[in-house]
Design a protein around this ligand. Structure first.
Ligand code: DLL
Length: 421
């Protein structure tokens, strides 16, 4: 489709989506009424700026079923990701939503150069995280062979890769770095493998990392973006030009805003990316603030696609950390720590990386309990409580009260020592 045809389709879908949200979700109805906006006020694409933003907190406030716009009988799947306070963000899908998501993921594969003859090893996490099932459904929709190896068990990943003659590897960029080292340890020369394309996403990674992965594995390493609230992976993907990720604009209307004022920015300006889903049934999202900072490029790509491109994500406007592909909010850790009576108020979160990202939580023991409790027991209690909520294993160090330096200004709670290769 050329740009005009896409805009016409977007407008038609936008009007229907705003009506769907207004008619079926109380939150949207209340907000639009309060702002004095009627469904019929959406006459051109720019009118979208009249609609109030939707934020992650709105989903949290509507826990557990979120802002459902259909009867629960029509919901076929739920996924969830971490929220700022430990309350997960739950996302829901109808059959139509799962279908659209599969199509979008198939499109991402195809855009990256994957074909139905490929053998796709899917090493994203299966479960509430959207990565595993998203990549799985997309590969099936494309007609490729899928190996659902899921995360972990690196030796078996390598065995499968070699024995099944995997041609496409799907995982986080950090896991691919780990695999590269594991291949060296196992004395497997990547030239013995049939790998040709990697589909990497779920966390920021640099061009240097891309070159390292491409050289080490002899593949093309393609970037892919998404987030749970927007189905999951599959919002945007790179073509072989590797010059920005095509946003599937028949399904997502994109804007960039100033994260502080909410003002809509001109094309080409770096800002917070905001998406409006255009055909979502179960959980319509109007002007959803992603907190991701990036530049959107509207020039036609050399590949011929007219879908706008999200240039590499340049960071976030909130403090969310991504640790080996898992999203973690410092406030989530704080909430857990304050809930453990034996601990004091002072803590630090330290992030390091070697082959994998490591999360260290250093926390003072409360003076009342210092030297009165079994430190080993307390430490394993903190580790397991953190793991239950964060779904990743942190290393915990219990400290004597008063050891963490106090500051007059903002406490420096997070120390990120990771240097991406
Ligand atoms: O990470 C969905 C996904 C799975 C995308 C597999 C790609 C591959 P969430 O867990 O909700 O969903 O995390 C979404 O991860 O807002 C970004 O901050 C970050 N992110 C995702 N993809 C990229 C990427 C999945 N390619 C959050 N580059 C987003 C940079 C990314 N950051």
């Amino acid at each position: 489709m050329n740009g005009d045809d896409i805009s016409r389709l977007q407008l038609k879908r936008l009007k229907a989506q705003v009506k769907h949200a207004y008619d079926n979700v109380r939150m949207y109805r209340d907000r639009m009424d309060k702002a004095g906006i009627k469904v019929d006020d959406i006459r051109k694409l720019e009118d979208i700026s009249k609609i109030p933003f939707t934020k992650k907190d709105d989903l949290r406030d509507h826990y557990p079923y979120g802002i459902l716009a259909v009867p629960i009988e029509n919901v076929m799947r739920l996924h969830a990701s971490s929220g700022t306070t430990g309350i997960p963000t739950v996302v829901s899908y109808t059959r139509h939503d799962l279908d659209t998501w599969s199509d979008l993921m198939a499109r991402c594969y195809s855009c990256a150069g994957v074909t139905p003859s490929d053998i796709v090893q899917n090493a994203y996490g299966y479960g509430l995280f959207t990565g595993g099932l998203g990549f799985h459904m997309g590969a099936e929709r494309l007609g490729a062979l899928v190996l659902p190896t899921a995360t972990g068990n690196t030796k078996r990943q390598i065995k499968m890769m070699r024995d099944m003659r995997t041609t496409v590897l799907c995982c986080t960029p950090s896991y691919s770095l780990y695999l590269i080292e594991a291949l060296q340890e196992e004395k497997v020369d990547p030239s013995e493998l049939d790998l040709r394309i990697g589909m990497f996403g779920a966390e920021p990674w640099s061009d240097e990392t891309r070159l390292h992965i491409q050289d080490s594995l002899g593949i093309r390493a393609q970037d892919l973006y998404g987030m749970s609230e927007l189905y999951g992976p599959g919002v945007a993907a790179e073509c072989p030009e590797q010059n920005g990720l095509h946003i599937w604009s028949d399904e997502f209307l994109v804007e960039t805003i100033d994260p502080d004022t909410g003002e809509v920015l001109s094309p080409g300006e770096k800002g917070e990316v905001v998406f409006t889903m255009l055909t979502r049934e179960a959980m319509p999202l109007l002007r959803y603030r992603t907190r991701d900072l990036a530049v959107i490029e509207y020039e036609k790509c050399a590949c011929g696609r007219s879908h706008p491109r999200i240039m590499r994500i340049k960071g976030r406007s909130d403090d969310m950390l991504i640790v080996g592909g898992v999203n973690v909010f410092p406030s989530q850790i704080e909430d857990i720590l304050v809930g453990i009576e034996e601990l004091g108020e002072q803590y630090q979160i330290v992030l390091e990386t070697d082959r994998l990202d490591h999360l260290y939580v250093k926390v003072e023991v409360s003076p009342k309990y210092w030297k009165k409790v079994d430190m080993k027991e307390l430490s394993s209690k903190v580790v397991s409580t953190l793991q239950a909520s964060l779904t990743l294993r942190a290393k915990v160090e219990l400290l004597e009260p008063g050891v963490i330096p106090r500051t007059e200004g903002k406490a420096k709670r997070v120390i990120d020592l990771r240097k991406k290769i």
